[in-house]
Write a protein that binds this ligand. Structure first.
Ligand code: R5P
Length: 302
């Protein structure tokens, strides 16, 4: 067992336990309480003095609370003498707001990154963040992981030459291209726009032919489900047979129902956000990113 320590924020406890088992790293306990006004009061139990401490915390809903909790955890372990603090943030809250889309808006992802960087964290590790712009906003060291290999490992022996891939929009093009290339699939591209006020998604055309073929694609996140559900309707109208969506982050639990009622044959997501208390529809499958994080810890501590 390594001498390093893993600490879980309250958002990813199951994942942290799985990582601890796989990486053979001690999972330190945290005492977490609330004051009467609901402010967080926490205490890290266990010895972190002189050790490398990994903290795992997604900053999904309630994002503001999970962000503050992460900052408090980092401060606590620093004060307790941690040598180095590395945080895994599988879902980085506010990361889709990586541009000022309309006059009068803040650059929200940069604001959140500044808040996180105010804590004594030496290195950040993110997973399939929305864009490269977000990574450039970090002033401290940041490493980026992708769940793509987890999906590829799951599907690589299962796809014959009836399968092709699509890129859902321009933003998804790089990751969708790489996914298609590794799986040796042809790729088509959607022309999509989104109304910045209503959030409504419109698919205009598909460059490529999916008629009579099965489609699999890879994208970073599903929020309202507008992109995936509507693209699937479009693909099926163009004659596609099965449609499978590999999505790293599923960020809104209300969207489970929408996917269940859609024409999507399967959506494969990860446990970057803990949905163990939700009822998961039959057409959604969850793959774990535990090995991805455990491998990172093992390589880092060698
Ligand atoms: C787009 O750029 C993203 O990668 C997602 O495809 C999209 O924004 C997901 O949002 P929704 O599920 O609300 O369409």
């Amino acid at each position: 067992m390594t001498n390093d320590v893993l600490i879980s924020g309250s958002s990813n406890k199951l994942l942290a336990q799985a990582v601890s088992n796989k990486a053979d790293i001690n999972l330190s306990e945290v005492e977490l309480e609330e004051f009467a006004n609901r402010e967080i009061r926490l205490r890290v139990l266990g010895d972190v003095k002189g050790k490398c401490v990994y903290i795992l915390q997604s900053t999904n809903y309630p994002a503001e609370r999970n962000i503050i909790e992460l900052c408090l955890l980092a401060d606590a372990v620093k004060r307790a003498g941690a040598l180095k603090i590395i945080t895994f943030i599988p879902w980085l809250g506010y990361s889709p707001q990586d541009k000022v889309f309309r006059d009068g808006e803040p650059l929200s992802s940069e604001v959140i990154i500044k808040v996180l960087e105010s804590a004594p964290i030496d290195q950040f590790v993110t997973l399939d963040v929305h864009s490269k712009l977000v990574l450039k906003m970090f002033k401290k060291s940041v490493k980026h992981l992708s769940a793509m290999d987890v999906f590829i490992e799951h599907f690589k022996e299962k796809l014959d030459d009836s399968w092709c891939s699509v890129s859902l929009d321009n933003g998804a093009l790089d990751r969708a291209n790489l996914f298609a290339k590794v799986l040796n699939l042809e790729i088509s591209k959607f022309d999509k726009t989104r109304d910045r006020k209503t959030g409504e998604v419109t698919f205009h055309k598909l460059e490529g032919d999916v008629n009579g073929r099965n489609v699999i694609t890879f994208d970073d996140y599903v929020s309202t489900g507008g992109t995936t559900v509507k693209s699937c309707e479009f693909l099926k109208k163009q004659g596609a047979k099965k449609c499978i969506y590999c999505i790293t982050h599923f960020i809104v639990p209300e969207t489970f129902k929408k996917v269940e009622e859609s024409s999507i044959d399967q959506m494969v997501i990860t446990d970057s956000i803990d949905w163990s208390s939700e009822s998961i529809p039959g057409n959604i499958k969850i793959l774990s990113i535990d090995s991805l994080i455990a491998d990172y810890i093992r390589n880092d501590s060698n």
